[in-house]
Design a protein around this ligand. Sequence first.
Ligand code: GDP
Ligand code: MG
Length: 184
Amino acid sequence: MALHSEQDSTDDYLFKIVLLGDSGVGKSNLLARYARNEFFANSKSTIGVEFQTQKMEINGKEVKAQIWDTAGQERFRAVTSAYYRGAVGALLVYDITRRQTFDSISRWLHELHTHCDMNVITILVGNKKDLKDAREVSTADGKSLAETESLFFMETSALDSSNVNAAFETIVKEIYNILSKKVM
Ligand code: GDP
Ligand code: MG
């Protein structure tokens, strides 16, 4: 019986996480790879998905991450406050082959901090690391920005799957660690 009520209490672990970054950096594909192990070459497929709920087990507890995707409104710099509301984690994504998407990160970070708590757990994600020959942003530049802004950092590829699970899991584990300490 005691075991049962403990399992029930794990329903409390539901975290909202938002994907942010310029259009075309691979946000929807990162989510598709993580949640469904899929990749799509045509970015039009982005439209429609609002969020995906993904289950994880941490310290024997079930944790659910509700991961929100922008569904294209970032193209018009019109991500609504409803999108940010209640988020406890964020993935700030740029494309390592387009410098401009890296330069936009400070704007996304500013917008995130305008809408959310300053303590929102954030990871900086340099996506498309499979495109080595087209790289415009060095790993060192990514790391350095992450250190300056106190963000986690990872380079990923939604195409070949590298570090995709790790990026999402880093965020979820960190949120869990911080919130479970607060509860205790
Ligand atoms: P979003 O606008 O940020 O949601 O970006 P999408 O997920 O729609 O991806 C934009 C384009 O980049 C699509 O053509 C994807 O196939 C491509 N893409 C996304 N991630 C990667 C990746 O890791 N590597 C490569 N080579 N292409 C990617
Ligand atoms: Mg998209």
